[in-house]
Design a binder for this molecule. Structure first.
Ligand code: OGA
Ligand code: ZN
Length: 386
């Protein structure tokens, strides 16, 4: 509870309040009445005066690790409504907008200031689809990037069936990531293929290039031609399957999230090796990145009973990935393009008969920070337009 002598400096309706208990206590209180002191170093690191920060770049001029670990508040006062003046024990004085402190305190950890992930299963009824437009408006881009961030993918139609048109879409969301396959790669059946993707065989759900470090964050596949009756695209939400595995078979989940597996790609001029658990978790234990490609994974030699447990776990996960319970299928026609989060979703295709005709996709990669940055910038510019 807020004591009589506490002064509310700023509050958000129904939630956080910033209070000072003069002269040396600064508190934040949530809607449920729980309150927490604001560490003086936390606030000192956020000083925006010219001594502390380069105003042009917004970057710190002083290494905060050099601050006194016993730093405290020497004096706190509200100079005008919503403005806080602070004198720290090392003599530094600074002014703050109380609302900005609250906004900063309210930020969830990590990158959760973008639209929340909405996991989906094979029952997903409406695919996140959009009609591509050259020179899209901010509102177009915002609606597309929101769909992509929520569902982990978006399917465009109307992308001109032209060589390298995939790059135009990629560059609307981020920067193309060049690899040994080039900036743009062709996915079509060719003789002497260096990758099974370049054959007509079916591809089970996989993430692309787990042998790279870091793995490509986002993949775009643009259909230039599909004259075959097969070659359907498949997608699975790895976050949904990961959570289903955690609930249904916790031991399999534990093994797949703690066993580092080696992935390798090798041709005449390239040898890429990376190691990661098939289900990589973040510091909060949430599924962060799926590294899964049944044609490329090599588990290290472990004692036989551990390997038996690993192989069982991998089978359970793989079989879940392949069930209609989780998988969606759709046909990409010429001019369609699918863009998906390669850390979250697994993709594949059904097999096709190249004698029926040509199936030709062009692909490229961007990093996931591109769409996230785009969302934040658009949020700023659209808010300014109101
Ligand atoms: C790939 C791939 C899918 C397809 O090239 O990595 O998975 O539809 N292609 O051909
Ligand atoms: Zn692939």
């Amino acid at each position: 509870m807020i004591a009589e002598e506490d002064m509310i400096v700023a509050s958000q309706p129904g939630s956080l309040k910033l209070t000072i208990n003069s002269p040396t206590q600064l508190w934040i209180e949530d809607g449920g009445g729980r309150r927490m002191g604001i560490h003086p170093i936390w606030l000192r690191e956020r000083c925006q005066d010219t001594q502390s920060m380069d105003l042009l770049t917004g970057q710190r001029l002083q290494d905060p690790s050099d601050l006194d670990l016993d730093l405290s508040y020497a004096a706190l006062s509200e100079t005008e409504p919503g403005r806080l003046h602070v004198r720290f024990s090392d003599g530094h004085e600074a002014d703050f907008a109380a609302g900005e402190i609250l906004a900063e305190a309210a930020l969830p950890p990590g990158e959760n200031d973008v639209p929340a992930v909405e996991t989906w299963t094979g029952a997903l009824e409406h695919l996140p689809r959009a009609q591509w437009r050259a020179n899209p408006s901010d509102a177009d881009l915002m609606s597309w990037v929101k769909l992509f961030l929520r569902f982990g993918f978006i399917v465009f139609s109307g992308v001109p069936s032209e060589h390298h048109a995939v790059l135009e879409v990629a560059l609307a969301f981020g920067f193309a990531r060049e690899t040994n396959f080039g900036t743009v790669f062709d996915v079509r059946s060719i003789p002497n293929a260096t990758d099974l993707a370049y054959t007509p065989v079916k591809l089970e759900p996989h993430t692309d290039n787990p042998y790279r470090s870091p793995v490509p964050g986002v993949q775009l596949l643009h259909c230039l031609a599909n004259e075959t009756s097969g070659g359907l695209s498949t997608l699975v939400d790895g976050y949904a399957v990961g959570e289903a595995l955690r609930a249904r078979d916790p031991e399999a989940f534990r093994i797949l999230s703690t066993t580092a597996v080696r992935f390798r790609y090798r041709d005449k001029v390239t040898e890429l090796v990376a190691s990661a658990p098939p289900i990589e978790l973040d510091v909060n234990g949430r599924v962060k990145t799926i590294h899964f490609s049944p044609r490329l994974d090599f588990v290290p030699l472990l004692p036989p009973d551990e390997l038996t447990a690993y192989y069982r776990a991998r089978r359970v996960f793989d079989h879940l990935l392949r069930t209609p319970e989780f998988e969606i299928r759709f046909l990409l026609n010429a001019g369609d393009l699918v863009m998906f989060d390669n850390c979250r979703l697994l993709h594949g295709r059904t097999g096709f008969d190249p004698r029926e005709g040509l199936r030709h996709l062009q692909g490229c990669y961007i990093d996931i920070d591109g769409p996230r940055s785009l969302y934040r910038v658009l949020r700023r510019s659209l808010a300014a337009q109101i």
